[in-house]
Write a protein that binds this ligand. Structure first.
Ligand SMILES: [Zn+2]
Ligand SMILES: [Zn+2]
Length: 75
């Protein structure tokens, strides 16, 4: 009996990029800024995680854990 080997398919969630794009930045909750060291004028610093865009582009895909591929075992 032949052993079936796992087949790697591009992740459907991130389309093979390995990153989850377009979601809200968890560091600033989409605001784009964080009040790390609040100044007297009340302005905060741009979020270092998303660069102030409020969107997270650097998080790894939850589905494929950043590999961009999903192993699918054919039975
Ligand atoms: Zn952010
Ligand atoms: Zn993925």
């Amino acid at each position: 009996m032949m052993k079936k080997s796992p087949i790697s398919l591009p992740c459907a969630l991130c389309r093979g990029s390995g990153k989850s794009a377009g979601s809200k930045c968890i560091a600033c909750t989409g605001k784009g800024g964080v009040l790390v060291h609040p100044r007297e004028d009340g302005t905060g610093l741009p979020c270092g995680n998303c660069g102030g865009s409020g969107k997270s582009w650097g998080h790894i895909c939850k589905s494929c854990l950043g590999t961009g591929w999903q192993d699918r075992v054919v039975v």
